[in-house]
Write a protein that binds this ligand. Structure first.
Ligand SMILES: Nc1ncnc2c1ncn2[C@@H]1O[C@H](COP(=O)(O)OP(=O)(O)OP(=O)(O)O)[C@@H](O)[C@H]1O
Ligand SMILES: [Mg+2]
Length: 398
Protein backbone atom coordinates (compact mmCIF):
# COMPACT_ATOMS: atom_id res chain seq x y z
CA UNK A 1 0.00 0.00 0.00
CA UNK A 2 0.99 3.63 -0.36
CA UNK A 3 4.11 4.08 1.77
CA UNK A 4 3.55 7.81 1.96
CA UNK A 5 0.21 7.28 3.66
CA UNK A 6 1.63 4.78 6.17
CA UNK A 7 0.22 6.01 9.52
CA UNK A 8 2.64 4.21 11.83
CA UNK A 9 5.53 5.98 13.48
CA UNK A 10 8.29 3.79 14.87
CA UNK A 11 10.97 5.95 16.44
CA UNK A 12 12.11 7.37 19.75
CA UNK A 13 9.59 9.92 20.93
CA UNK A 14 7.59 9.87 17.66
CA UNK A 15 3.95 10.45 18.54
CA UNK A 16 1.94 7.36 17.66
CA UNK A 17 -1.11 7.74 15.44
CA UNK A 18 -3.18 6.38 18.34
CA UNK A 19 -2.01 6.70 21.95
CA UNK A 20 -3.62 3.48 23.11
CA UNK A 21 -4.07 2.24 26.64
CA UNK A 22 -2.86 5.34 28.45
CA UNK A 23 -6.16 6.97 29.42
CA UNK A 24 -5.85 6.13 33.10
CA UNK A 25 -2.44 7.70 33.47
CA UNK A 26 -3.41 10.76 31.44
CA UNK A 27 -6.37 11.18 33.74
CA UNK A 28 -4.08 10.87 36.75
CA UNK A 29 -1.87 13.62 35.30
CA UNK A 30 -4.88 15.82 34.59
CA UNK A 31 -6.11 15.48 38.16
CA UNK A 32 -2.62 16.18 39.51
CA UNK A 33 -2.27 19.34 37.42
CA UNK A 34 -5.75 20.53 38.37
CA UNK A 35 -5.23 19.94 42.07
CA UNK A 36 -1.81 21.56 42.26
CA UNK A 37 -3.16 24.61 40.47
CA UNK A 38 -5.81 24.87 43.14
CA UNK A 39 -3.14 24.37 45.80
CA UNK A 40 -4.45 21.05 46.93
CA UNK A 41 -1.93 18.39 47.88
CA UNK A 42 -1.26 15.67 45.33
CA UNK A 43 1.58 13.26 44.71
CA UNK A 44 3.86 14.11 41.82
CA UNK A 45 4.22 11.57 39.03
CA UNK A 46 7.25 9.50 38.14
CA UNK A 47 6.41 7.21 35.28
CA UNK A 48 8.74 4.30 34.91
CA UNK A 49 9.02 1.72 32.22
CA UNK A 50 11.30 -0.14 29.88
CA UNK A 51 12.80 1.22 26.68
CA UNK A 52 10.30 1.95 23.95
CA UNK A 53 7.25 1.62 26.13
CA UNK A 54 6.08 5.16 25.43
CA UNK A 55 7.42 7.33 28.28
CA UNK A 56 8.63 10.22 26.15
CA UNK A 57 5.47 10.28 24.10
CA UNK A 58 3.38 10.44 27.28
CA UNK A 59 5.51 13.14 28.81
CA UNK A 60 5.04 15.26 25.69
CA UNK A 61 1.31 14.65 25.83
CA UNK A 62 1.20 15.64 29.49
CA UNK A 63 3.07 18.82 28.65
CA UNK A 64 0.33 19.64 26.15
CA UNK A 65 -2.31 19.01 28.81
CA UNK A 66 -0.41 21.26 31.23
CA UNK A 67 -0.24 24.06 28.68
CA UNK A 68 -3.95 23.77 28.08
CA UNK A 69 -4.43 24.16 31.82
CA UNK A 70 -2.47 27.41 31.62
CA UNK A 71 0.69 26.01 33.16
CA UNK A 72 4.12 27.33 32.31
CA UNK A 73 6.11 24.26 31.36
CA UNK A 74 9.73 23.19 31.34
CA UNK A 75 10.65 19.96 29.58
CA UNK A 76 14.16 18.62 29.95
CA UNK A 77 15.93 15.38 29.17
CA UNK A 78 18.64 14.13 31.50
CA UNK A 79 21.90 12.76 30.09
CA UNK A 80 24.54 10.44 31.41
CA UNK A 81 26.95 13.30 31.92
CA UNK A 82 25.00 16.51 32.25
CA UNK A 83 24.26 17.96 35.65
CA UNK A 84 20.75 18.74 36.78
CA UNK A 85 21.58 22.35 37.65
CA UNK A 86 23.03 22.96 34.18
CA UNK A 87 19.96 21.56 32.52
CA UNK A 88 17.51 23.50 34.63
CA UNK A 89 19.03 26.95 34.77
CA UNK A 90 18.40 28.16 31.20
CA UNK A 91 14.78 27.04 31.41
CA UNK A 92 14.15 28.62 34.77
CA UNK A 93 15.71 31.80 33.48
CA UNK A 94 13.38 31.85 30.48
CA UNK A 95 10.42 31.10 32.70
CA UNK A 96 11.18 33.90 35.13
CA UNK A 97 11.51 36.37 32.27
CA UNK A 98 8.19 35.23 30.87
CA UNK A 99 6.64 35.74 34.28
CA UNK A 100 8.22 39.15 34.44
CA UNK A 101 6.34 40.11 31.30
CA UNK A 102 2.96 39.13 32.72
CA UNK A 103 1.34 42.18 34.23
CA UNK A 104 0.90 42.04 37.97
CA UNK A 105 1.89 43.69 41.17
CA UNK A 106 4.47 42.36 43.60
CA UNK A 107 8.17 41.70 43.72
CA UNK A 108 8.31 37.89 43.76
CA UNK A 109 9.40 37.58 40.14
CA UNK A 110 12.30 39.95 40.61
CA UNK A 111 13.21 38.10 43.78
CA UNK A 112 13.06 34.83 41.81
CA UNK A 113 15.55 36.23 39.32
CA UNK A 114 17.81 37.30 42.17
CA UNK A 115 17.67 33.85 43.74
CA UNK A 116 18.40 32.20 40.40
CA UNK A 117 21.38 34.50 40.04
CA UNK A 118 22.79 33.46 43.38
CA UNK A 119 22.08 29.80 42.59
CA UNK A 120 24.04 30.14 39.36
CA UNK A 121 26.93 31.66 41.28
CA UNK A 122 26.92 28.76 43.74
CA UNK A 123 26.75 25.94 41.20
CA UNK A 124 29.10 27.79 38.88
CA UNK A 125 26.88 27.45 35.90
CA UNK A 126 28.30 29.26 32.96
CA UNK A 127 25.67 30.76 30.73
CA UNK A 128 28.13 32.20 28.29
CA UNK A 129 27.22 35.71 27.30
CA UNK A 130 23.66 35.52 28.48
CA UNK A 131 22.93 38.33 30.86
CA UNK A 132 20.66 37.61 33.76
CA UNK A 133 18.79 40.82 34.35
CA UNK A 134 21.17 43.71 34.48
CA UNK A 135 19.46 45.54 37.25
CA UNK A 136 18.91 42.64 39.61
CA UNK A 137 21.45 41.73 42.23
CA UNK A 138 21.90 38.12 43.30
CA UNK A 139 19.99 37.51 46.50
CA UNK A 140 22.79 36.60 48.88
CA UNK A 141 22.10 33.77 51.25
CA UNK A 142 19.36 32.19 49.12
CA UNK A 143 20.10 29.06 47.13
CA UNK A 144 23.83 29.71 47.19
CA UNK A 145 25.14 27.40 49.91
CA UNK A 146 26.66 25.09 47.33
CA UNK A 147 24.68 22.16 48.70
CA UNK A 148 22.14 21.21 46.04
CA UNK A 149 19.81 19.58 48.57
CA UNK A 150 19.43 22.98 50.23
CA UNK A 151 19.71 25.26 47.23
CA UNK A 152 17.37 23.55 44.80
CA UNK A 153 14.41 23.59 47.22
CA UNK A 154 15.02 27.30 47.87
CA UNK A 155 15.22 28.00 44.17
CA UNK A 156 11.99 26.09 43.51
CA UNK A 157 10.26 28.04 46.27
CA UNK A 158 11.33 31.33 44.72
CA UNK A 159 10.20 30.25 41.24
CA UNK A 160 6.89 28.85 42.47
CA UNK A 161 6.14 31.97 44.51
CA UNK A 162 6.85 34.09 41.47
CA UNK A 163 4.44 31.97 39.40
CA UNK A 164 1.82 32.13 42.13
CA UNK A 165 2.09 35.89 42.26
CA UNK A 166 1.37 36.09 38.54
CA UNK A 167 -1.59 33.75 38.87
CA UNK A 168 -0.02 30.80 37.10
CA UNK A 169 1.57 27.44 37.89
CA UNK A 170 4.73 25.64 36.80
CA UNK A 171 5.13 22.10 35.50
CA UNK A 172 8.66 20.71 35.29
CA UNK A 173 8.79 17.60 33.11
CA UNK A 174 11.95 15.51 33.16
CA UNK A 175 12.69 12.62 30.82
CA UNK A 176 15.35 9.93 31.45
CA UNK A 177 15.32 10.83 35.13
CA UNK A 178 17.38 7.75 36.01
CA UNK A 179 20.50 9.52 34.74
CA UNK A 180 20.61 11.92 37.68
CA UNK A 181 22.92 10.96 40.51
CA UNK A 182 21.82 10.30 44.08
CA UNK A 183 22.38 13.90 45.19
CA UNK A 184 20.43 15.33 42.32
CA UNK A 185 17.52 12.97 42.81
CA UNK A 186 17.48 13.62 46.48
CA UNK A 187 17.61 17.39 45.87
CA UNK A 188 14.61 17.09 43.54
CA UNK A 189 12.76 15.09 46.15
CA UNK A 190 13.56 17.66 48.85
CA UNK A 191 12.43 20.43 46.53
CA UNK A 192 9.11 18.72 45.95
CA UNK A 193 8.77 18.18 49.67
CA UNK A 194 8.99 21.95 50.12
CA UNK A 195 6.41 22.53 47.40
CA UNK A 196 3.99 20.27 49.18
CA UNK A 197 4.60 21.77 52.62
CA UNK A 198 4.05 25.27 51.34
CA UNK A 199 1.33 24.30 48.90
CA UNK A 200 3.05 26.06 46.05
CA UNK A 201 1.91 25.64 42.45
CA UNK A 202 4.88 23.74 41.05
CA UNK A 203 4.58 20.18 39.89
CA UNK A 204 7.20 17.68 38.82
CA UNK A 205 6.43 14.96 36.31
CA UNK A 206 9.22 12.59 35.49
CA UNK A 207 9.78 9.58 33.31
CA UNK A 208 12.56 7.07 33.11
CA UNK A 209 13.80 3.66 34.00
CA UNK A 210 12.86 2.45 37.46
CA UNK A 211 14.88 4.45 40.04
CA UNK A 212 13.12 3.83 43.30
CA UNK A 213 14.97 0.62 44.14
CA UNK A 214 18.23 2.57 43.73
CA UNK A 215 17.28 5.27 46.23
CA UNK A 216 18.26 4.80 49.81
CA UNK A 217 17.40 5.96 53.30
CA UNK A 218 15.59 9.21 53.83
CA UNK A 219 15.19 10.14 50.17
CA UNK A 220 13.53 6.82 49.56
CA UNK A 221 10.92 7.27 52.26
CA UNK A 222 10.27 10.86 51.15
CA UNK A 223 10.00 9.72 47.56
CA UNK A 224 7.42 7.14 48.44
CA UNK A 225 5.29 9.73 50.18
CA UNK A 226 5.67 12.47 47.59
CA UNK A 227 5.52 10.59 44.32
CA UNK A 228 3.37 8.03 42.69
CA UNK A 229 5.33 5.64 40.49
CA UNK A 230 3.01 4.29 37.83
CA UNK A 231 4.70 1.56 35.85
CA UNK A 232 4.11 1.84 32.12
CA UNK A 233 3.88 -1.69 30.99
CA UNK A 234 3.23 -3.18 27.57
CA UNK A 235 -0.25 -2.70 26.13
CA UNK A 236 -2.99 -5.24 26.74
CA UNK A 237 -4.10 -7.28 23.74
CA UNK A 238 -7.20 -5.09 23.32
CA UNK A 239 -5.18 -1.86 23.50
CA UNK A 240 -2.57 -3.23 21.10
CA UNK A 241 -5.38 -4.01 18.67
CA UNK A 242 -6.68 -0.45 19.00
CA UNK A 243 -3.18 0.95 18.45
CA UNK A 244 -3.03 -0.94 15.14
CA UNK A 245 -6.60 -0.91 13.92
CA UNK A 246 -7.72 2.67 14.61
CA UNK A 247 -5.05 4.45 12.58
CA UNK A 248 -5.61 2.28 9.48
CA UNK A 249 -9.38 2.33 9.75
CA UNK A 250 -9.48 6.09 9.38
CA UNK A 251 -8.08 5.59 5.86
CA UNK A 252 -10.37 2.67 5.02
CA UNK A 253 -7.90 -0.17 5.69
CA UNK A 254 -8.30 -3.12 8.08
CA UNK A 255 -6.19 -5.64 9.94
CA UNK A 256 -7.62 -9.16 10.02
CA UNK A 257 -8.23 -10.46 13.54
CA UNK A 258 -5.66 -13.22 13.01
CA UNK A 259 -3.04 -10.66 11.98
CA UNK A 260 -3.70 -8.64 15.13
CA UNK A 261 -3.32 -11.77 17.25
CA UNK A 262 -0.05 -12.64 15.57
CA UNK A 263 1.38 -9.12 16.04
CA UNK A 264 0.43 -9.21 19.69
CA UNK A 265 2.10 -12.58 20.11
CA UNK A 266 5.30 -11.27 18.54
CA UNK A 267 5.41 -7.85 20.20
CA UNK A 268 4.03 -8.88 23.59
CA UNK A 269 2.26 -5.51 23.46
CA UNK A 270 5.39 -3.33 23.51
CA UNK A 271 4.51 -0.04 21.81
CA UNK A 272 7.74 0.43 19.87
CA UNK A 273 7.43 -3.04 18.37
CA UNK A 274 3.77 -2.48 17.59
CA UNK A 275 4.70 0.59 15.55
CA UNK A 276 7.39 -1.39 13.70
CA UNK A 277 5.09 -4.28 12.87
CA UNK A 278 2.30 -1.90 11.91
CA UNK A 279 4.65 0.03 9.66
CA UNK A 280 6.14 -2.96 7.85
CA UNK A 281 2.91 -4.90 7.43
CA UNK A 282 1.29 -1.82 5.88
CA UNK A 283 4.15 -1.44 3.42
CA UNK A 284 4.13 -5.13 2.61
CA UNK A 285 0.37 -5.48 2.07
CA UNK A 286 -0.80 -5.12 -1.56
CA UNK A 287 -4.24 -3.95 -0.41
CA UNK A 288 -6.65 -4.09 2.52
CA UNK A 289 -7.12 -6.19 4.61
CA UNK A 290 -3.72 -6.79 6.20
CA UNK A 291 -3.77 -10.55 6.66
CA UNK A 292 -2.01 -13.11 8.81
CA UNK A 293 0.03 -14.20 5.82
CA UNK A 294 1.20 -10.64 5.12
CA UNK A 295 2.16 -10.33 8.77
CA UNK A 296 4.18 -13.54 8.62
CA UNK A 297 5.94 -12.42 5.46
CA UNK A 298 6.76 -9.01 6.96
CA UNK A 299 8.06 -10.43 10.23
CA UNK A 300 11.62 -11.21 9.10
CA UNK A 301 11.87 -7.66 7.71
CA UNK A 302 10.77 -6.22 11.04
CA UNK A 303 13.16 -8.48 12.93
CA UNK A 304 16.14 -7.45 10.90
CA UNK A 305 15.19 -3.78 11.14
CA UNK A 306 14.90 -4.06 14.92
CA UNK A 307 18.16 -5.98 15.12
CA UNK A 308 19.93 -3.40 12.98
CA UNK A 309 18.50 -0.35 14.70
CA UNK A 310 16.73 -0.63 18.01
CA UNK A 311 18.90 -3.42 19.41
CA UNK A 312 22.15 -2.99 17.51
CA UNK A 313 22.81 0.65 18.51
CA UNK A 314 22.74 -0.43 22.12
CA UNK A 315 24.80 -3.56 21.56
CA UNK A 316 27.53 -1.61 19.75
CA UNK A 317 28.12 0.59 22.78
CA UNK A 318 29.12 -2.39 24.92
CA UNK A 319 32.55 -3.73 25.84
CA UNK A 320 33.24 -7.45 25.32
CA UNK A 321 32.86 -8.09 29.04
CA UNK A 322 29.53 -6.29 29.12
CA UNK A 323 28.35 -8.35 26.17
CA UNK A 324 29.31 -11.56 27.96
CA UNK A 325 27.40 -10.46 31.04
CA UNK A 326 24.25 -9.73 29.05
CA UNK A 327 24.62 -12.95 27.10
CA UNK A 328 24.78 -14.86 30.37
CA UNK A 329 21.55 -13.18 31.43
CA UNK A 330 19.91 -14.16 28.16
CA UNK A 331 20.95 -17.74 28.81
CA UNK A 332 18.62 -17.72 31.81
CA UNK A 333 15.44 -16.86 29.88
CA UNK A 334 13.40 -13.70 30.09
CA UNK A 335 14.27 -12.59 33.65
CA UNK A 336 14.46 -11.00 36.15
CA UNK A 337 17.75 -12.71 36.95
CA UNK A 338 19.44 -13.36 40.28
CA UNK A 339 22.93 -11.88 40.22
CA UNK A 340 24.19 -15.14 41.71
CA UNK A 341 22.75 -17.16 38.83
CA UNK A 342 24.41 -14.85 36.29
CA UNK A 343 27.73 -15.27 38.08
CA UNK A 344 27.31 -19.06 37.96
CA UNK A 345 26.75 -19.02 34.21
CA UNK A 346 29.91 -16.95 33.79
CA UNK A 347 31.82 -19.17 36.22
CA UNK A 348 32.73 -16.07 38.25
CA UNK A 349 32.23 -14.71 41.75
CA UNK A 350 29.39 -12.19 42.20
CA UNK A 351 31.76 -9.66 43.75
CA UNK A 352 34.13 -9.63 40.79
CA UNK A 353 31.21 -8.79 38.52
CA UNK A 354 30.30 -5.60 40.44
CA UNK A 355 32.08 -3.19 38.06
CA UNK A 356 30.66 -4.64 34.84
CA UNK A 357 27.20 -4.64 36.39
CA UNK A 358 27.63 -0.99 37.45
CA UNK A 359 28.72 0.10 34.00
CA UNK A 360 25.78 -1.68 32.39
CA UNK A 361 23.44 0.10 34.79
CA UNK A 362 25.10 3.42 34.00
CA UNK A 363 24.64 2.78 30.29
CA UNK A 364 20.97 2.15 30.95
CA UNK A 365 21.12 -1.47 29.70
CA UNK A 366 20.04 -3.19 32.89
CA UNK A 367 18.42 -2.15 36.14
CA UNK A 368 17.70 -3.70 39.45
CA UNK A 369 13.97 -4.29 39.95
CA UNK A 370 14.62 -5.62 43.45
CA UNK A 371 17.59 -6.28 45.68
CA UNK A 372 19.83 -8.95 44.16
CA UNK A 373 17.87 -9.03 40.91
CA UNK A 374 18.78 -7.71 37.48
CA UNK A 375 16.65 -7.18 34.41
CA UNK A 376 17.05 -5.85 30.88
CA UNK A 377 15.77 -2.31 30.26
CA UNK A 378 15.10 -3.15 26.63
CA UNK A 379 12.16 -5.48 26.02
CA UNK A 380 13.02 -8.75 24.26
CA UNK A 381 16.73 -7.96 24.51
CA UNK A 382 17.33 -11.48 25.79
CA UNK A 383 16.13 -12.89 22.46
CA UNK A 384 18.35 -10.43 20.58
CA UNK A 385 21.42 -11.38 22.64
CA UNK A 386 20.90 -15.01 21.71
CA UNK A 387 20.74 -14.06 18.03
CA UNK A 388 23.75 -11.73 18.32
CA UNK A 389 25.96 -14.27 20.11
CA UNK A 390 24.69 -17.69 19.07
CA UNK A 391 27.65 -19.71 20.39
CA UNK A 392 27.86 -19.33 24.09
CA UNK A 393 29.20 -21.76 26.62
CA UNK A 394 27.63 -21.68 30.07
CA UNK A 395 30.17 -22.36 32.79
CA UNK A 396 27.52 -23.27 35.34
CA UNK A 397 28.02 -26.64 37.01
CA UNK A 398 25.25 -28.99 36.12
N1 LIG B 1 0.34 4.13 23.84
C1 LIG B 1 0.94 3.88 22.67
N2 LIG B 1 0.26 3.27 21.66
C2 LIG B 1 0.89 3.01 20.50
N3 LIG B 1 2.15 3.34 20.22
C3 LIG B 1 2.87 3.95 21.18
C4 LIG B 1 2.30 4.24 22.45
N4 LIG B 1 3.24 4.84 23.21
C5 LIG B 1 4.35 4.92 22.45
N5 LIG B 1 4.15 4.39 21.23
C6 LIG B 1 5.18 4.27 20.18
O1 LIG B 1 6.28 3.58 20.76
C7 LIG B 1 7.52 4.12 20.32
C8 LIG B 1 8.38 4.47 21.53
O2 LIG B 1 7.83 5.54 22.26
P1 LIG B 1 8.74 6.44 23.22
O3 LIG B 1 9.93 6.93 22.48
O4 LIG B 1 7.86 7.43 23.88
O5 LIG B 1 9.21 5.34 24.29
P2 LIG B 1 10.17 5.55 25.55
O6 LIG B 1 9.56 4.78 26.67
O7 LIG B 1 10.42 6.99 25.77
O8 LIG B 1 11.51 4.83 25.09
P3 LIG B 1 13.02 5.07 25.62
O9 LIG B 1 13.09 4.46 26.99
O10 LIG B 1 13.86 4.34 24.63
O11 LIG B 1 13.25 6.56 25.62
C9 LIG B 1 7.18 5.28 19.40
O12 LIG B 1 7.30 4.83 18.09
C10 LIG B 1 5.74 5.61 19.73
O13 LIG B 1 5.06 6.12 18.61
MG1 LIG C 1 12.12 8.13 25.83
Amino acid sequence: MDKIKNPFSPGAGSPPPELAGRDAILEQARVLLGRVREKRPEKSLLMTGLRGVGKTVLLNEIERVARREEYRTILIEAHEDKRLALLLVPHLRRLLYELDRIAGAGDKVRRGIGVLKSFIGAVKVSLGDVELGIDIEPEKGSADSGDLEVDLPNLFVAVAEAAEERGTAVAILIDEIQYFNQFELSALIMAMHKMQQRQLPLVLIGAGLPILPGLAGESKSYAERLFSFPDLGPLSEADAATALQDPVQTVGVKFEAAALREIFRLTKGYPYFIQEWGYQTWNHAPSSPITLQITQEATPIVRSRLDENFFRVRFDRLTPREKQYLRAMAQLGSGPYRTGDIADILGAKITTLGPVRASLIKKGMIYSPAHGDMAFTVPLFNEFMRRAIPDFQSKAKQ
